[in-house]
Design a protein around this ligand. Structure first.
Ligand code: URA
Length: 237
C-alpha cells in the first residue's frame, strides 16, 4: 500500500496530522536510514522502514480487538448521550473502528471491534450461519415444553419465526443459548415468545471465538494473529 508519510504516522497513532507534520519538520523521522522532512513523501508500507525517534513504526491497516462489553454502554461508534463501545478501546490507533454487530445497552460480553469491513460482513451475514452463544438468566423456570419451542422456532414478531437454536441448561432458569441470527433483541424476544423475561444476558462466544475470561467488564485486548486468521476462515464458502 502506498501512503503519504504524514498519514502513515497519524494512522499509527503518533499524533494528529498537524502534530506529525511538525515532527517531520523537526527531523524526527528516518526512512530507510535517511532523515526525511517532507510530509508529502509517499511510503510503500510493504518495503519502506520508518523510524520515529529511532523506534520502528510498522503500518497496520486493520486493528482488531475483543471487548468484554459492560452494561450501560451502547454498541455504536458515536453517541450524543452515552459512552460507546469504541470509546472503551483506549489504545486504538485507527479512527475508523466499529463494533461487529450490536449488543443491547444492558447486554454484556463478547464484542469484536475492528475496522475490517470484509470480516465484519462475513461474521454478520445471515448466509454464513455464524454461531453466537449467550449466557441467559430468566425470570422463571424454563419448562421442557418452552425449551423445545425456543429450540425449534418461536414467533419473535408477528409473522417472524426464529430459526432453530440449541440450548444447554445450567439450572432451571439459567441456560446457554446458541443462535445463528442477530435480529434486534433476538434472544429476549425468543424467550418472551414462551412467556419468560431475560433478566441478564451475556454473549460468551461468536463464530467459535470465546470471550477471554481474563477480561473484566469493560476490558479489551487485541485479537491475536491466530484469532484473526481463525475468524477470517470461519464458514467461508
Ligand atoms: N439478543 C438480545 O436480545 N440482545 C442482545 O444484546 C443480543 C442478542
Amino acid at each position: 500500500m502506498i501512503i503519504r508519510l504524514d498519514k502513515y504516522l497519524a494512522d499509527m497513532g503518533i499524533g494528529t496530522r498537524s502534530e506529525v507534520k511538525a515532527d517531520i519538520k523537526k527531523g524526527k523521522i528516518n526512512i530507510n536510514g535517511i532523515v526525511v522532512k517532507d510530509a508529502n513523501l509517499k511510503i510503500d508500507t510493504d518495503k519502506d522502514k520508518v523510524l520515529y525517534q529511532g523506534n520502528p513504526i510498522v503500518y497496520e491497516e486493520f486493528e482488531y480487538y475483543m471487548l468484554n462489553k459492560p452494561a450501560g454502554v451502547v454498541s455504536a461508534t458515536t453517541d450524543k448521550n452515552d459512552k460507546t463501545v469504541v470509546d472503551l478501546i483506549t489504545s486504538k490507533k485507527k479512527k475508523d473502528l466499529f463494533p461487529v454487530g450490536r449488543l443491547d445497552k444492558d447486554t454484556e460480553g463478547l464484542l469484536i471491534i475492528c475496522n475490517d469491513g470484509e470480516l465484519c460482513h462475513n461474521l454478520l451475514s445471515p448466509k454464513k450461519h455464524i454461531d453466537k452463544t449467550y449466557y441467559v438468566c430468566l425470570n422463571d423456570t424454563l419448562s421442557k415444553e418452552a425449551e423445545d419451542r425456543v429450540c425449534k422456532g418461536v414467533y419473535i414478531e408477528k409473522d417472524v419465526m426464529s430459526m432453530p437454536a440449541t440450548l444447554e441448561r445450567i439450572t432451571d432458569d439459567k441456560v446457554y443459548l446458541t443462535i445463528q441470527e442477530g435480529k434486534f433483541h433476538q434472544v429476549k424476544k425468543m424467550f418472551h415468545g414462551v412467556g419468560l423475561e431475560v433478566t441478564y444476558l451475556k454473549r460468551v462466544s461468536m463464530g467459535g471465538l470465546k470471550l477471554d475470561e481474563r477480561l473484566k467488564e469493560g476490558e479489551f485486548r487485541p485479537l491475536t494473529k491466530e484469532e484473526i486468521e481463525y475468524l477470517k476462515g470461519v464458514n467461508h464458502d
